[in-house]
Design a binder for this molecule. Structure first.
Ligand SMILES: C[S@@+](CC[C@H](N)C(=O)[O-])C[C@H]1O[C@@H](n2cnc3c(N)ncnc32)[C@H](O)[C@@H]1O
Length: 270
């Protein structure tokens, strides 16, 4: 099992530079953008806003935000490895580790989807993200609760269910060894209140997907990206080949992890 060694900062369990990462990040957008867009629309996102997308990944949200805030608005997209983020005249791309970056304090909204769960310094980063907001600005933190594991709605066979379970055991244990907190999404409201945000509200969402679509494609992609760690965890190459076939089987129906989208506002000064 790969673990963090002394001197190495714990963090993100995937790598945007791998061949499979573009697929993974695209699948995330397809699975999650409808819910995140609803939350952003509900907070009143409008032309002219300045917004930061933290850990922008494929930039699917960045591109949508750039359309929503035009004319006159601006989107800053931050990522450790921003190679997949699209460009536009009103998008600034910043490469860097959010734990070390200073963001200016003028943002009307900051969104961080599937980032804080990966970072052991999540409480410190929350404070930084709050500081990036103008008074009255809104922070949207979206993370998966991966401790909810009852996700197989219909299985082609008991063997298929067992393979999916073993895949999850191996993948999540690897993530935890890198510093991810698979249940942090449930504690985000408390953490955001502790950081000083007000009007904190959380929405929880999941939907089901057939084999070959949505979350099943994401699991397949993750099994390719973290193949070495899954082999170290005891799965065989034959198991992984079979798992990937199962994940493409239309007889499989799986729920996604529970997505917690937690929204809070920086207090306006008295
Ligand atoms: C799971 S992906 C989520 C991508 C996108 N937010 C989404 O939900 O579709 C996490 C992204 O955060 C970036 N990331 C991870 N740790 C980071 C850090 N410390 N600073 C900046 N970006 C980070 C990764 O490079 C990756 O693009």
């Amino acid at each position: 099992m790969t673990t963090t060694t002394a001197g190495e900062q714990a963090g993100y369990m995937f790598d945007n530079a791998t061949d499979e990462a573009a697929n993974q990040l695209r699948f995330l957008g397809e699975i999650l953008d409808p819910g995140t867009r609803r939350a952003l629309t509900e907070i009143g996102l409008a032309p002219g806003w300045t917004v930061t997308d933290v850990g922008a990944g494929a930039g699917t949200l960045t591109a949508w935000l750039s359309d929503q805030v035009a004319p006159g608005g601006h989107v800053t997209a931050v990522d450790l490895d921003p190679r997949h983020i699209p460009t536009a005249p009103n998008i600034t791309v910043r490469a860097g580790d959010i734990r070390q970056l200073t963001l200016d304090g003028s943002q009307q909204a900051v969104v961080a989807r599937l980032v804080l769960m990966h970072l052991p310094e999540r409480q410190q980063v929350l404070a930084q993200l709050m500081e990036a907001l103008a008074p009255g600005g809104v922070l949207v933190v979206a993370d998966w609760d991966c401790t909810w594991r009852d996700m197989v709605r219909r299985s082609p066979s008991p063997r298929a269910t067992a393979l999916i379970e073993r895949f999850h055991d191996g993948l999540l244990a690897f993530g935890e060894s890198r510093g991810a907190d698979m249940g942090w999404a449930k504690r985000a409201p408390e953490a955001m209140l502790r950081a000083g945000l007000v009007d904190v509200v959380s929405y929880i969402e999941s939907r089901s997907w057939r084999g070959g679509t949505g979350i099943c494609l994401l699991h397949r992609s993750n099994s390719i990206q973290r193949e070495a760690e899954l082999l170290e965890a005891g799965m065989t190459r034959e198991d992984l080949t079979e798992l990937r076939e199962v994940l493409m089987d239309p007889d499989l129906v799986m729920s996604g992890y529970l997505m917690h989208t937690t929204v809070g506002r920086r207090a306006t000064q008295a």
